[in-house]
Unconditional design. Sequence first.
Length: 994
Amino acid sequence: NQFDNFKKYLSGFGKSALSGNIVHDIKKDRYGNFWIGTEDGGLNKIDAQTQQIQHFIANGKKGSIAHNNVHGLATIGHGLWVGSTTHGLDILDVKTGKLKKHYDRIGQGPLQSSFAVCIYKSKDNTMFVGTDRALYAYNKNKDSFDLLPIQAWIQGIYEDEYGILWINTYGSGIFQYNRSSGEIQHLLSEQGKQNTLVNNYVNGLFEDSKKNLWFCTESGLSKYRRDGRFTNYLTESGLPSNQVFKVLEDDNNSIWISTGGGLVRLDEGVPRRVIYTSRDGLPADQFNYNSAFKDSDGTLYFGTIKGMVSFNPTKSIKNSFIPPIFISGIQINNVSVPVSENGILKESISLSKEIHLTYDNSNISFHIAALSFVSPKSNPYRYIMEGYDKGWTDITGNQKIYYNKLPPGTYTFKFRGANNNSVWNPTEKKLLIIVSPPWWQSSWAYLLYFVSFGTIILLVLRYYFLLIKANNAQKMDSYERKKEQEIYNLKLEFFTNLAHEIRTPLTLIKMPLEKIINQQKFTDSDTAKDLALIEKNTARLIRLTNQLLDFRKAETNNMSLIFTKTDINTLLSEVFHDLNYLAKDKQLHYELSLPRISLAAYVDEEALRKIFTNLIHNAIKYADEEVYVRLLPFNSDDIMFNIEFKNDGELIPYEKREKIFEPFYRLNESDKDTGTGIGLPLSRSLVELHQGTLSLVYLEENRNIFLLSVPIFQEQSLDIKSFQEDNDDHVLNDKPDEQEEEKPVILLVEDNKEILAYLNKELKTSYIILRAGNGAEALEILDQENVQLVLTDIMMPIMDGLALCRRIKTDILYSHIPVIFLTAKNALDSKIQGLKNGADAYIEKPFSLEFLMVQIRNILKNRKIIKNYFTNTLSSNLIDINVSGPDKDFISQLNTVIYENISAIDLNVDELAKLMHMSRPTLYRKIKGLSDLTPNELINISRLKKAAELLTQKEYNITQVSTMVGYTVQSNFSRDFHKHYGMSPSNYILENSK
């Protein structure tokens, strides 16, 4: 593949060798002399007449070049511009070789550089210098370099026919610079896109005869058409290396590409690629940056890292021989296959038309050859395995082809070959390859599979029908259980809803009943007994509804327990003695046995009280003569405590020991004293929530013994005594304040008209009552009326009580109004939810009217305490008023407004409303609700408090202080001060100076 006129210029000594190995730039002057810059040996001149080489070395002497690492070269007239690494720019006389001028640096300011990477002469003889920082133009008039608006590592410069400068950079892509308009366009590589520059590190730029631009990059070659389309060439496209340096076009319109792996000739019309390497006569496979030149006679010059090569492609002797092609060898599993009568090859592989392989001999490789011996390593081949490959594969030089693990089947291997000049043999070489399957994929194996599969299908069908039968039976059983569960759930839902509905009528029974009993003194003992009986059974109904609701919550995992440290001895004793009257009624022997040492355990006290009550009540109910309750002895290392509940009633059959814990189950339906069937199931559910057990045991003859076992400690517990929700200890005064001039306004919100009417009747003697049927109606009333307290149900249509409370407590207009929930929802989580929404109190239905009255009085009494506290304290800050939530912001703003304007004479309720950006009625209701003071009272008290504060400072006299707090007449100030503090301002000063 070597041209007959390949010429190498190698490094050495004397006038026939270059002074350095690494050729970086090649230029020709007006006299025909060639100038070659090297990176390691300075500058070389090849004389056009003698072909002798003159060396220019940087030796530090006067007139020598600045540095031996030469990068950029350019000729203009008699001058040769020589750019070097870090040593500036030299200008030599091409005729004499003498140094004419030297520039230490190119440009001024922060972008100045002494590294001239490339030099270019434009069509109008302007000299452009690209440095490692920016692009400069030489200003002949000023003998200086003008900075152009492109700042990057300038690797090369080219001017097209339109006068546009194309600047390729190392790292910043391509710039297009219109010198006349100053317009700059920028081409960059875009990752993930096809039609884009392959890489931003651009080593070279070339325009071919078709006006296409070729961009040589560190990651391949990009051809750029003027319509904006890119074609990229990579190693996958046939390049020996993706590091591309320069491109030239010969007189035959072939493209020559210097790379890091050889020289490539690209004939786009064919298309074909020929790669030249050191094996073909090149000095080296590695070419170099900016190192290519085409002479006017068509000779091409390329620089490598081991010298320079020149050749004229039009004068080369081409190899036109059509090479014969053969398969010269074959290997199976990396072992050469010999010719054998009983083997795979019956004759030579080059003569064979087909071969047969077993499935375990399907790793096959071929050695192919095109018999052209002029640079055989440059012979190209194309091959395909029909039935396996999707298309033809092109290779060059490599004559071995591998296929691993060919699946069983029939294939045809085809290949074509050419000589080093891509003269192809028009015929194809073919080889039929048959890979037989393993025995388990043979015809008789498939027949066996079919028979086996059929047998399996029959067995599966039989099993399937048996399974369907079993599934149907299971479904029927599941259906029956589901129906039972549905009936149970419906029954439980019915009783739960019934319990909810009963609680409101019970409220209407309990409240009047309590009032009658408390207010009347009956001389008729029968009437008193009847009322006591009604009260007793009302309490029983309340207890029953509570049990139903508790059981429902326990069943649906909606019950939350709070474990606190509780004295079990005391709790058990309390419940035992509370039920003593039942045992007396039946004349039973009723006995409690407790250890001497008290037991403290972490339990939910209320839940455990219900468990004790149910179990003792049950024992009494079904006892004949005796009931024993015993807390069993315990040790300090015990983790459970145990209690026995024992009676001598009718024995419960062993087979029904678990049945009795099912909801609504009753052992003896004919018994007149049967219960609801809820007590035992509820007790067991509550015990299980404690991680304990409740069971019926048979430890003694003729005794029913229920054994309760509960852990002493819980994973999550509070080391405090459970608090009581009863607020009786906080009663301030059960009697209304007789000095109250006007009745407080209470808003009742309740969708039950009977309760609404009853509460209205009972409360109207002490309060002004407003009524609403739901939360939405309540908000309308709150907008119009000055309400001191809201008493609301939770479950209501349109807007429920929780939403109403949330709205009141988050709206600055109402947030001062206290809210009491009055509801049938008795769950702890309901109470927590209500209190989280800002409720001040939570009262369950049915409730005591007296308890409700005390709650209302206490909350309203707190407003009076706030007024008295603010009025009597010496602090002048309103923020001392104890409020929370949005009211804090309101009080803070009100405090600021009053004390910023306290010296204003006209500061009154109207002016204050304007400053607070509120209407007069709204401001009045807000201040009255928070402090029980009118706005004017609040302003006057604030003035007097501020005056007292100023007087104690002794910096101002009384007249000055009265003016500072908004009084124009001192006598009025003295009168008001004496009225509030009980002494004159002067006496106040004396009193506070002691």
